[in-house]
Design a protein around this ligand. Sequence first.
Ligand SMILES: NC(=O)c1ccc[n+]([C@@H]2O[C@H](COP(=O)([O-])OP(=O)(O)OC[C@H]3O[C@@H](n4cnc5c(N)ncnc54)[C@H](OP(=O)(O)O)[C@@H]3O)[C@@H](O)[C@H]2O)c1
Length: 292
Amino acid sequence: MTAKIIDGTKIAAEIRSELKDKADELKKKGITPGLVMVRVGEDPASVSYVRGKTKASEELGIYSETIVFPEDAKEEEVLAKVEELNKDPKFHGILVQLPLPKHIDSDKVLNAIDPRKDVDGFHPVNVGKLLIGEPFFMPCTPHGVQQLLIRSGYDPAGKHVVICGRSNIVGKPLMAILVQKKKGANATVTVCHTGTKDLAATTRQADILIAAMGSPKAITADMVREGAVVIDVGVNQVGTTAEGKRILVGDCDFDAIKEKAEAITPVPGGVGPMTVTMLMVNTVRAAEMQSA
Ligand SMILES: NC(=O)c1ccc[n+]([C@@H]2O[C@H](COP(=O)([O-])OP(=O)(O)OC[C@H]3O[C@@H](n4cnc5c(N)ncnc54)[C@H](OP(=O)(O)O)[C@@H]3O)[C@@H](O)[C@H]2O)c1
């Protein structure tokens, strides 16, 4: 069997096209969705991520601004800016690009964002609301994974989903999303981590296997059940090309697993394009909520 490739770029484009219609509807009512990003320092990955989010906003007609602080900015300055942005009606969504420099307490900054503007979904209020199934916003990467599954015809309902990874930004929120008694969820979810005794024995039970470990090709073909659906969230740089381009691989051994799985996401081109798209979804939702 050669697996169907789940094309994240194509599914993300589909969602963006639907979203453009929603954004246009809001504009007819005189509302332009607004997103503000706060970046501290010049970390190249953060600069590139913020650039990608700005470009996606422009394509959808979302107004966006980036506020850049120098690397040595004081925590109080960043907190004061977040407070100011909470009150600014131009911005429906606020995103603080992580990681922040070590001298700034990221939790303190994230907790200062108004939960109704927290389009990353990391504020404890949103984490709690997600767990009880009433989120203002779903965190972007896990929401993107759910959409990939639904839109490629692999509804998680009734399936055994095994998630490898329990981070606060991917594994745990994904578990909270997929376990809900709701459409596009209602799965039996197992979450694995470094304390899991026999990882392979657990992953082999998965109808849907989701790898979010940050460990290159850690999931090998023998860990996957014949006919499983595999979603690879991992993005690991394993070198650079002669031209200086980053060589990226996922957490799954794609070439071997694709001969065994029913479907699999590639890296890049799988989960990655969905993350920025779901941020745009949350920004438009924030504008709808705040203008209702
Ligand atoms: N495509 C995207 O848009 C996107 C977005 C976010 C993240 N990512 C990628 O997804 C990956 C995970 O990110 P993250 O932020 O969730 O990582 P993280 O915070 O480092 O968490 C990794 C999790 O995987 C578990 N783990 C690691 N190695 C393991 C092993 N050998 N066996 C079992 N469990 C293992 C860890 O267990 P413990 O808790 O026991 O340490 C931890 O829970 C990274 O490659 C990241 O770059 C991609």
